[in-house]
Design a protein around this ligand. Structure first.
Ligand SMILES: Cc1cc2nc3c(=O)[nH]c(=O)nc-3n(C[C@H](O)[C@H](O)[C@H](O)COP(=O)(O)OP(=O)(O)OC[C@H]3O[C@@H](n4cnc5c(N)ncnc54)[C@H](O)[C@@H]3O)c2cc1C
Length: 488
């Protein structure tokens, strides 16, 4: 059923959305395509949230400010959303992610699972057993991991995931004997930013790890902002309005809308409506925990990174962390608030995959490292040293660099409190009650007001599913609409 708009012909919004990250945009797409008059309000001058790119140093080279690599566009939302699925060209590397070790050794996650296993020596069969069943049921596994956590997952997917989360997210023996496979898994699980071993981090590792062998880890041609641009074009084509440079600091400003969807951190909701919230819910938001942060480093270099192991250049992402034991030690120390000299670091060279991202003698390098929440240090020097360790000569190729400390990341986007790019610690309890215990997790006690940021299920990453689930709940509860519009 199509909702009956309350203000057709007038300029008033039926739905107000605060924040235009991937989740605000996904929510907007569903609501605008349902025939509702949607207005989006964005604090920054540019829309897109974590999906923004810029020419940082040179007019011919674009850098991704936040997200760069997009395995989670395999989400149910992006798989159906035609403007991005068909309208944004993706470049998918043959090696999804690489993990350099000492002396030029490297563990490599090829898209081809058999190739990956064949290169992992004695642990090859174990890696195959870990990933093959997930790959065989990738649709159900992805749906389970990106659900609103209130729908029972397919029993098969639940069983496959639970058994593996227990084995790889607790101190139980994993069955791996060599160094490469444990390092490969520790690196992909470290995307969660939770002190390992942790079942929630293992869950993230299993989702991203098996996607590496399914659709791969693609990067959008031109930069991550192309995803936001495609979604924005679609919103405008469906009558939505986008107001940029417009921070919302008081929820009452939006009271004329029948539904308000907030792509903001719990801290943001407290700031704009703290006194309107009942004590119990407000207390839960105040106790919501923010976790390990990221500090971002961008480089313009004169040639691709001279990795000691040249195969790493064929990967879309490199995880710099050393052995699994070292990653565990460093990640735990970082989560405790300690500053370590060799933080877990992620690196991507989009110019190696997408020719539009490089110019002769000029290549972008995107990197971030894990640091304690609120850290104020510029990460450029540490990141340069981390890359140099695995790629001697890197420093001499650096033409320009710039760093964004964890503290400054929050100034850039309020959804990253203290630089926590997951908008809240990813642990088991907080994954289930993200950001509070509620039957309809995206709803709030305020009538018509929903949260739709990465602080809601299913959590961080560019998948749009927090916005998708919030919009579904709002459509059903505020407009009586159960049937979703086509997204092609
Ligand atoms: C350095 C970095 C690297 C990352 N790399 C990856 C990656 O490679 N792949 C991946 O999948 N994910 C990555 N992520 C994570 C990903 O970007 C986020 O999980 C995702 O963007 C979350 O989407 P969101 O819509 O919830 O919030 P955001 O994308 O953060 O968007 C929120 C928007 O709301 C706006 N806003 C907040 N408060 C207000 C207010 N009061 N009024 C108006 N507007 C407001 C903000 O300005 C922002 O534009 C990365 C993040 C960072 C920072």
């Amino acid at each position: 059923m199509t909702p009956s708009p309350t203000s057709r012909g007038s300029d008033e919004a039926e739905v107000a959305i605060v924040g235009t990250g991937p989740n605000g945009l996904a929510a907007g797409a569903l609501l605008a395509r349902s025939g509702l008059r949607v207005h989006l309000h964005e604090a920054a001058e540019e829309p897109g949230g974590g999906l923004r790119s810029a020419r940082l140093f040179d007019s011919s080279v674009r850098h991704d400010i936040c997200s760069a690599v997009h395995p989670m566009t395999a989400s149910p939302f992006f798989r159906r959303f035609g403007p991005v699925r068909d309208g944004v060209r993706m470049h998918t590397p043959e090696i999804s992610y690489a993990h350099p070790l000492e002396d030029g050794e490297a563990a490599l996650a090829y898209r081809d699972l058999s190739e990956t296993s064949a290169r992992l020596g004695e642990d090859g069969p174990g890696w195959h057993r870990l990933m093959r069943p997930l790959l065989d049921h990738t649709g159900r596994v992805t749906e389970a991991m990106l659900s609103d956590l209130r729908r029972p997952p397919s029993p098969r997917a639940a069983l496959l995931l639970a058994e593996r989360m227990l084995r790889h997210g607790t101190p139980l023996p994993t069955g791996f004997r060599g160094a490469k496979a444990p390092a490969l898994f520790a690196g992909v699980a470290a995307h969660a930013g939770s002190a390992p071993p942790h079942p929630a981090a293992a869950g993230v590792g299993l989702l991203l790890g098996h996607l590496a062998h399914a659709g791969g880890w693609p990067i959008p041609e031109g930069g991550s902002d192309r995803i936001a641009a495609a979604a924005l074009d679609d919103l405008l084509a469906h009558g939505a309005r986008v107001h940029t440079g417009q921070p919302i600091d008081d929820l009452r400003r939006l009271r004329s809308a029948r539904a308000v969807l907030l792509d903001v951190a719990p801290r943001g909701l407290l700031a704009m409506a703290g006194e309107l919230l009942p004590d119990g819910y407000r207390g839960q938001l105040e106790r919501y925990r923010y976790g390990t942060a990221a500090a971002k480093a961008d480089f313009l270099v004169s040639e691709p990174i001279p990795w000691r192991n040249p195969e790493i250049s064929r990967a879309g992402t490199a995880h710099l962390g050393g052995t699994a034991d070292r990653i565990r030690a460093v990640e735990r120390a970082t989560a405790r608030g300690e500053r370590v000299p060799d933080p877990f670091t992620l690196v991507s060279e989009p110019g190696n995959l997408d020719p539009t991202r490089a110019a002769p003698g000029k290549y972008p390098v995107w990197a971030y490292c894990h640091v304690p929440n609120g850290d104020t240090r510029d990460p450029v020097e540490t990141t340069r040293r981390r890359i140099e360790h695995y790629a001697p000569g890197f420093s001499e190729t650096v033409l320009e660099s710039s760093g964004t400390s964890a503290a400054r990341l929050e100034e850039y986007d309020a959804n990253y409190p203290g630089g926590d790019i997951s908008t809240g610690a990813v642990d088991l309890l907080q994954t289930l009650a993200r950001p509070a215990w509620r039957l309809v997790p995206h709803s709030t006690p305020l009538r018509g007001v929903y949260l739709c940021s990465a602080a809601t299920p299913p959590g961080p990453g560019v998948h749009g599913m927090c916005g998708y689930w919030a919009a579904r709940a709002a459509l059903r509860r505020e407009f009586g609409v159960r049937e979703l519009p086509p997204l092609d």
